[in-house]
Ligand binder design. Structure first.
Ligand SMILES: [Zn+2]
Length: 217
């Protein structure tokens, strides 16, 4: 590929980004789950060698591309198989919540004492909105939320996890883990059912998670 081809490609395909610190958080969370050598192997497999021992810096500049995020998540599946990759990605999403809370909880206003006194349904709604707003304000990811009598629908209209990927079933497991753990945290330990019901990778218009309004237990 010549330099010109590369330039043309960049003009044809818009590049979208998470802030550096979100990419950094995902890599650190993945390290918690599979160790540093494991992460290095996945980065190598995903053709992201430039990121080995060179994680994105801890700032809000838009520097972790959806191309990188999609390639990294695809590599998890290619290396560990659909089931193994799914388990690792969900656990990384869950671990990632605690990195996100350190940075974003105060901003989202959900760390206050008064928040704990709210009814469960209100906490879930505020938690989902806070998460959506964090992505919408700081990244190129687009999230919107709808609800009906029994569920919330967390729609991601531009999703980094399945960016550039194709699949038969929903595959955005990092987001699933993040939502599961976020809802667990925000409700003080309740198990709120979450399921990805639509996925852009299988041709749907959005990656959509259906969130129950009542806990499982
Ligand atoms: Zn997706």
């Amino acid at each position: 590929m010549t330099d010109n081809d590369e330039q043309d490609n960049r003009i044809l395909t818009p590049q979208y980004y998470w802030p550096n610190k979100m990419g950094r958080m995902f890599l650190l969370a993945l390290e918690d789950v599979m160790g540093k050598n494991g992460v290095n192997a996945v980065l190598n497999y995903a053709r992201l060698r430039h990121r080995i021992n060179n994680y994105p810096p801890n700032n809000l500049d838009l520097g972790w591309s959806f191309d990188e995020m999609g390639a990294l998540n695809q590599a998890l599946e290619d290396m560990y198989g659909p089931r193994g990759g799914k388990g690792l990605a969900i656990r990384a999403g869950r671990a990632g919540l605690y990195y996100a809370l350190k940075d974003f909880a105060a901003v989202m206003g959900i760390a206050d004492l008064a928040f704990r006194l709210l009814p469960l349904g209100v906490k879930v709604k505020i938690g989902l909105n806070a998460m959506a707003e964090t992505f919408n304000k700081t990244s190129d990811q687009i999230v919107r939320i709808e609800e009906d009598a029994n569920h919330f629908y967390y729609h991601i209209d531009r999703c980094p996890v399945c960016w550039g990927r194709k699949a038969e079933i929903p595959i955005c497991y990092g987001g699933l883990g993040l939502l599961q753990e976020g809802l667990h945290w925000v409700t003080g330990g309740k198990n709120i059912p979450v399921e990805e019901v639509l996925c852009i990778a299988k041709g749907d218009p959005s990656c959509t998670y259906r969130v129950g309004k009542r806990p499982l237990d």
